[in-house]
Ligand binder design. Structure first.
Ligand code: DIG
Ligand code: MN
Ligand code: MN
Length: 389
């Protein structure tokens, strides 16, 4: 493999313990890989060239661990981090595996579950901060319903807001340097999950007590499950100053959440996503929330991890070539050229500007005759991606 696509810490590639640690269980099959310990996973990620490792509380510390076991596990994990140089940029809470959360966590109808979810999250936040996390993700995998007979959806919005407001106050009270990143998903494992898309999350964040502390963690597979354009969702989050983290993977439209290796299916979307992140100067983690095919052994898992990072770097180079391609850039400039005669109307509203614009005349037929040369532009883009340009 070419050396120029070898990951470096500057690339900020991260994986969750649950990703390369995925043992291959699925709804129709038993595990196919032996479980790896957090320490083993840290060393595997170091071997393939990752920069950081993320975790749910219970990926690291089993839910029934004693305090002594917790301390030993954390001590060993810290030692592995020190030995390999890996960092922990993000942490999160598992509020979806244990049966207690079967009706949700923060939106459960059972107030005891809602209280327990807050307790578990505060403790998990403490653990994440102890290990160096500066971003805390909330994926509400069980925050939803199979039938709306069970909950008033307005109440569910209020319950979720109450929980996030409580936890932002907790972080402020503790003096933690931590930002929250809310991760939407339209469904699975619940029939419908609340706050299903990036747009829904952005609207929700605006209603919080401390919206400045809260952004989004868009996941490629999740927006695509909903049939949406992931690049547009990420662009809107970035433009709003709310792209606090990102989950990269791949997904076949209208399938269950496949969490495929980054760039392994929809290469055009992956290209425009990498181009967007690099063009805007996104400096957060490039987190691969994905896992190897169930067919793979541990060497295949390493191939999966290397493939995620290598494809990102290949597409990063393709994006640089797109930006430097004179013919492509010429077509883009041409498509946006002209219009000197309407320059006076552009910009913020003034009464004069509005009056002049209302009085202006336009040759609508000429506007309709214009050819934008997008077929040529997209063909050049495809040829760049196909490696013949
Ligand atoms: C699934 O897409 C979710 C969980 O894996 C985790 O809570 C979050 C963090 O990336 N993504
Ligand atoms: Mn997913
Ligand atoms: Mn995710």
């Amino acid at each position: 493999m070419s050396e120029s696509y070898t990951p470096t810490p500057a690339d900020k590639f991260t994986f969750g313990l649950w990703t390369v640690g995925n043992i291959g269980r699925d709804p129709f099959g038993e595990p196919v890989r032996a479980a790896l310990s957090p320490v083993q996973i840290v060393h595997l990620l170091a071997e393939v060239g990752a920069w950081g490792v993320n975790f749910h509380d219970n990926d690291l510390v089993p839910i029934d661990a004693t305090p002594a076991e917790r301390d030993r596990i954390v001590r060993d994990f810290k030692a592995a981090l020190a030995e390999t140089g890996l960092v922990v940029p993000m942490a999160t809470t598992n509020l979806f595996t244990d049966p207690a959360f079967k009706d949700g966590a923060f939106t459960s109808n059972d107030p005891r579950v809602r209280a327990y979810a807050l307790q578990k999250t505060m403790r998990a936040i403490d653990l994440g901060v102890e290990l160096g996390a500066s971003t805390y993700v909330f994926w509400g995998g069980r925050e939803g319903t199979e039938t709306d007979a069970t909950k008033n959806p307005v109440d569910s919005v209020k319950r979720f807001r109450e929980a996030i407001n409580f936890l932002t106050e907790y972080v402020r009270d503790q003096g933690y340097n931590l930002r929250f990143a809310l991760e939407p998903k339209p469904n699975e494992p619940r029939g419908d999950i609340y706050f299903a898309t990036v747009g829904a999350m952005l609207g929700f964040i605006a209603t919080l007590d401390h919206p400045e502390m809260v952004g989004v963690n868009p996941e490629m597979a999740h927006e695509q499950m909903a049939g949406l354009n992931f690049v547009h969702a990420v662009a809107q989050a970035w433009e709003a100053g709310k792209l606090f983290h990102i989950d990269l993977n791949d997904q076949v439209y209208s399938r269950y959440d496949q969490d495929l290796r980054f760039g392994s299916h929809n290469i055009k979307t992956a290209f425009f996503l990498v181009k967007l992140l690099e063009d805007v100067g996104y400096d957060g983690s490039r987190h691969f929330d994905a896992h190897a095919y169930r067919t793979e052994d541990v060497e295949g898992v390493k191939d999966f991890a290397r493939g995620c990072m290598r494809t990102y770097l290949i597409l990063k180079e393709k994006a640089q070539r797109f930006n430097a391609d004179a013919e492509i850039q010429g077509l883009l400039a041409e498509a946006q050229a002209g219009g000197e005669e309407v320059a006076a109307y552009q910009g913020a509203y003034t009464a004069e500007r509005a009056a002049a614009l209302k009085a202006a005349t336009f040759d609508r037929a000429a506007l309709g005759r214009k050819g934008y040369a997008y077929e040529r532009l997209d063909q050049l883009t495809m040829e760049l991606l196909l490696g013949v340009r």
